[in-house]
Design a protein around this ligand. Sequence first.
Ligand SMILES: Cc1cc2nc3c(=O)[nH]c(=O)nc-3n(C[C@H](O)[C@H](O)[C@H](O)COP(=O)(O)O)c2cc1C
Ligand code: SF4
Ligand code: SF4
Length: 257
Amino acid sequence: MKSNKVDFYYFSGTGNTFLVVREIKSFFEENRYQVNLIKLEKADPAQVNLEHTIGLAFPIAAFSTYPFVWNFLKSLPLTDKSTEIFMVTTMAGSSGFIIPALNHLLRKKGYDPFGAKGIIMPNNLNFRNLPLARYSRIVEKGLVQARKFAHDLLFGFSHWKKSPFPASQINKFLQTEKPWQFMQKFLGMSIDTGKCIKCGLCYRLCPVENILMEYFPEFQQQCQSCMRCISFCPTEAIHLRKRKLHPYQAVKAEELI
Ligand SMILES: Cc1cc2nc3c(=O)[nH]c(=O)nc-3n(C[C@H](O)[C@H](O)[C@H](O)COP(=O)(O)O)c2cc1C
Ligand code: SF4
Ligand code: SF4
């Protein structure tokens, strides 16, 4: 990498992406790189330092990612410095076409996208109750891949798949809110006021301020379906309207706030 200073922007709903980011950071630091972890939901894309290497990390949702993550990516400034940029996504199985689509977007802005990787981690949109040991095995394998990816980035073995059809309808479709709108139909949330202890944790955790804390939490119209509130609620008082979700937490809630 040209710069030994890395600004690593990440979003993690339930902790998988955070674990992967932490692993990559630790490998970089062992190799004397300076890594600044920045929560994407709190960052201003206009303030990105184009002299540093930039890292991006976020989960896959609906074969794309959350609209607010897309907004951040689309708002990254143009650069004439060929700023190096890499990306890691976490997912339960498939990232669809987002990796090549982003390559196209970032090249158009003047960046040098030099490495991208999708890493399989436990599914946080889980409708089956899986044994904990199964999650641990998936996480263990995912972190091995994260370390290998970090190695490849530092020693010139990484690559970022290009889109064979850069101007295709798929690229354009992914950048719209349509995949997310489709998911919203199935993932609306409701509060069980009999269970809610009014602790306010969901309100503090929401990355897009979609929850207002009145007497009970109230959901607004900006939900990204990141699963944070539902997964970390201490009394399991938040439900999906249509199906029962088994809450998944890869880290403690405080690590994500
Ligand atoms: C709303 C939603 C949609 C998802 N869609 C996909 C998908 O299309 N493909 C996939 O492989 N995983 C999908 N997942 C699983 C997550 O990408 C995966 O569990 C990820 O590691 C979660 O990361 P986090 O803990 O950092 O939020 C989805 C999860 C959610 C909540
Ligand atoms: S985290 Fe759960 S218990 Fe706490 S305020 Fe939100 S819904 Fe209620
Ligand atoms: S309301 Fe819950 S699921 Fe929706 S964006 Fe906020 S934390 Fe995520």
